[in-house]
Design a protein. Structure first.
Length: 329
């Protein structure tokens, strides 16, 4: 309720030489469908955001939390009674199996946008089978690059936080890149902290010189979103090699450099293509609440129509409004 409502906001009203006043107004998307797995908090977050932004929401949650989702959706629909918003602005689909899910993905003309939230399998299934517009969210093969000027203790804290606080979420750290000049000092200390947290380390040959009990890392490991207490580690010769690695394996979610070198920080920020790029902070901050959006409907890893944590504004679109006084062309 306290979040600023973007609907109706007019951006960039300008007066043209012919006297026309032209502005861009934010309007609801329309009908937003969300297919998601597991966590029932998504039901509440999505319902609140969609309705606040003037949209209707069709929810399709996973069977793992069916009863919780049904209970929450009933409470939310009951809360709409007696308001200016119709009860059917929020619908929950609880039957029909896979056929119902596929049917929802193909309701062209009825569903304006579809947002999948869940693992890579769900997201790819939606992307491949949907005929309505889709905003792709979620998959996070996130990296931290520890530069040669990094503060050791700070870098260890960022790595431990990124990997171990909630390893099964999309903003968790999956690959650690370390500058060769700092590897001898950093890797043994960091590895000890990781092992205390139960993390399995898979490293390149140079990594295993400093962490002898690390498992050999494969090409597949560097491309994997583990969502588990497993970390791929690679020693690199410098910033350029680190950026090249990120560009090759990143899913465009969240990437971080730990450095005290301003030029390197700026190069990383400018050259790394991701929804969120960090200097000296954990990737775990990529979250709608942490970004001041109140909540999120998902974290978009694509470039259209939204990117990064999606709050109220991302659930609107725009239309041009034009005021005239009889102008003709």
């Amino acid at each position: 309720k306290a979040l600023e409502d973007p609907v109706g906001e007019v951006e960039g009203m300008v007066k043209r030489p012919n006297g026309l006043l032209i502005g861009c107004q934010r309007v609801p998307m329309g009908v937003v469908a969300i297919i998601y797995e597991a966590r029932p908090n998504v039901t509440s977050d999505v319902a609140g955001l969609c309705i606040k932004a003037g949209n209707a929401a069709i929810l399709r949650g996973g069977k793992e939390a069916l009863h919780s989702n049904l209970a929450l959706s009933k409470v939310l629909r009951d809360a709409l009674k007696g308001t200016d918003c119709p009860e059917d602005a929020l619908l929950y689909i609880d039957q029909g199996g896979r056929e119902a899910t596929t049917y929802l993905m193909q309701l062209n003309g009825l569903v304006d946008v579809l947002i999948p939230r869940g693992g890579a399998g769900l997201i790819q299934h939606v992307v491949k089978n949907a005929t309505v517009p889709v905003i792709e969210t979620g998959v996070g093969n996130c990296h931290v690059f520890v530069d040669k000027t990094a503060k050791i203790d700070q870098a260890i804290d960022i790595v431990i936080n990124g990997k171990t606080t909630r390893p099964a979420v999309c903003n968790a750290l999956e690959t650690l890149l370390v500058h060769r000049s700092i590897a001898a000092e950093f890797l043994p200390r960091c590895a000890q902290k990781l092992k205390e947290k139960g993390v399995e380390i898979r490293g390149c040959q140079r990594t295993r010189e400093w962490i002898p009990d690390a498992l050999p890392a494969s090409e597949e490991d560097y491309a994997t979103e583990f969502l588990d207490l497993i970390l791929a580690v690679r020693v690199v010769d410098g910033l350029d090699e680190a950026i090249a690695h990120v560009q090759r394996y990143s899913t465009g979610h969240s990437e971080c450099i730990v450095t005290e070198n301003y030029s390197n920080a700026q190069a990383f920020l400018q050259q790394v293509d991701a929804a969120a790029v960090y200097v000296n902070a954990s990737t775990r901050f990529t979250d709608g609440f942490e970004f001041g959006l109140g909540a999120e409907i998902g974290i978009s890893t694509q470039k259209l129509h939204a990117r990064g944590p999606m709050g109220l504004k991302a659930l609107t679109t725009t239309k041009y409004i034009v005021y005239g006084s009889g102008q003709i062309r």
